[in-house]
Design a protein around this ligand. Sequence first.
Ligand code: TPP
Length: 672
Amino acid sequence: MSITAGHEELGLEDKQLIEMYRLMLMARRMDDRMWALNRQGRAPFVVGSSGHEAIQVASVMALDRANDWLLPYYRDMGVALAWGTPPLDVFLGVFARKTDPMSGGRQLPNHWSDTDRRVLTQSSCIGTQYPHAAGIAHGLTIQGVPGIVVVYGGEGSTSEGDWHEAMNWAGIHRLPLIFIIENNQYAISVPTSEEVAGSLAKRAEGYGFPGVTIDGNNPLVVYKAVKEAADRARNGGGPSLIEAETYRYYAHTSDDDDRLYRSREEVETWKKRDPVMAIRQYLIEQRLLSETDERTIDEELNAELVKAVADAEGAPRADEPYARVYANPIVPSTAVTEPEPATEGPSVNMITAVNRALHDVMEIHDDTVVFGEDVAGEKGGVFKATQRLTADFGEERCFNTPIAESVIVGAAVGMGASGLRPIPEIQFADYIHPAFDQIVSEVARIHYRSDGKWTCPIVIRTPYGAGIHGALYHSQSIEAYYAHVPGLKVVVPSTPADVKGLLFSAVEDPDPVLFLEPKKLYRLAKGPYPEGDWRVPLGKAAIRKSGRDLTILAYGAMAHFAVEAGEQLAVAGVDAEIIDLRSLKPLDWPTIDASVKKTSRVLIVHEDNEFVGYGAELAAQIADKTFEWLDAPVRRYALGDIPAMPYAQEMEELAYPNVDGIVSRATALAAW
Ligand SMILES: Cc1ncc(C[n+]2csc(CCOP(=O)(O)OP(=O)(O)O)c2C)c(N)n1
């Protein structure tokens, strides 16, 4: 392959072109060195970039290093180097050393992250970066901050829903975002013909913005396409898609045997179109690269590389697997101050409290944004939780989203990274499942996997639970899935005061919080809504009634049922202590511990399934830590082994835990 178009016409100076060559050569040399280290048994795993250098380096050279944001994927060594990542940092990742600035030895090599240079931490999940990119671009737009966002991925990643959801989001909001797809003909062993139906680039048209296919091995072609797209994005022209055709020289990773799916002839044919050779040839033809220049570049690169490898290999070993799971680490609740129970304030129901708390929090924190399905405008949510937010705070701070839960959460990640505090709403907890990957693999891990450099300050609100005849898909309890996930905090308010107090604490916490609203209580539970400053700390349970005969642990709607049951039990002479956990993660163990040591009997109530439900963890901890204080087995009262609530009222009443059920179980336990 030879380069014909002139670099001057593109506005590229000679020295920029030489720099382009230097960076492409550096990427190639580093890649070769990584593979050599792998074969020598010094680097357990590597992923190659050779063959992709033109797309990677030339695209970056068309961008603004002072303002733009990048989300490179694992094959983007050239992007990282051209963006300014020192080779030492790359090798610290290869050797998984403690001082690896991307992840502190937590992630596989080439998982880029750099807060100073605005490179958001990446996971290994194919496609999850696209919603983040849309969120950053959206966040920059909302904040009026200059800069555009460029997100990279392979052609295989365009089969993921996240890619389509992000393309749609970018198109709707006309975001300053460029999608660069490095089409290297295979997703591991799957050829593009079995991966992509129709034209990849033309898909952009369906989302309302331009898409082009270019020769990804010609750096000048790449530079031109990216420059055009970047100019368009900077001038308010919206997103672009660039599909750059290329080929990778090494196997997919050091664990792959590419001889099983592609021929040596095919590899050799592509190597004849080598991008590094092509730019070298062009520079020579333009008389910009003498033999002496070449030798100097070569020697300098080699010296830098040798030093980077030696320094990285000799760096201290990573040794803190438990550090930096949370930005605000969990401490025992005894170290947390709790406000007195709220008695002052107008009496409101829970849904009014949610609406008021959102107003209050948005008033005080002007970096908060609310978005979700149907949340905006006059409607203000299917439960009216977000009514008047758009009117009071504007369309940029409360807006509707497509029905696409993964990008709702994924965009929140990006907005959070861009400096906002997003409060996305999932319309019903039953529909959070499409966002499971974003929550578990991204949201919850961002702090940990970036060695504490990035945070994910988002609060995901969602109505959950049964008791309103919502049937199988409007009744689910989802807390056990998420309380299981390190890095995530999970709270369940059950009073209007706690709605406000926990929402403020959740929004002000740097960690991601899942805010579960028991929808049975939306109109059932009433209580004072405290005016002014009001915060309920995360990780602090509320003792709703103190007692001596047994402890009832509950949360959400069940906390209300437990209080009602407690009154009936008192009449019958059973003095129950009712604890409303409020916060499932962090768990307020000291309060439980003290109660169990006082009553010696425990009944756990929740409306989620009993099997591997949240109560199983409580029962296990109680048995483990307070065994000698117990006078009776720890009992659970929860939903049996059925998928969720059946619609028929008679069936729901039979299945749903209720006050009578709590009373009878508590009575039996007290008499044990
Ligand atoms: C969600 C998800 N599914 C599967 C994988 C396993 N996997 C890792 S890389 C890869 C192929 C990706 O191909 P492509 O997006 O074309 O990028 P390339 O590696 O070719 O550069 C697969 C299937 C993964 N990491 N994430």
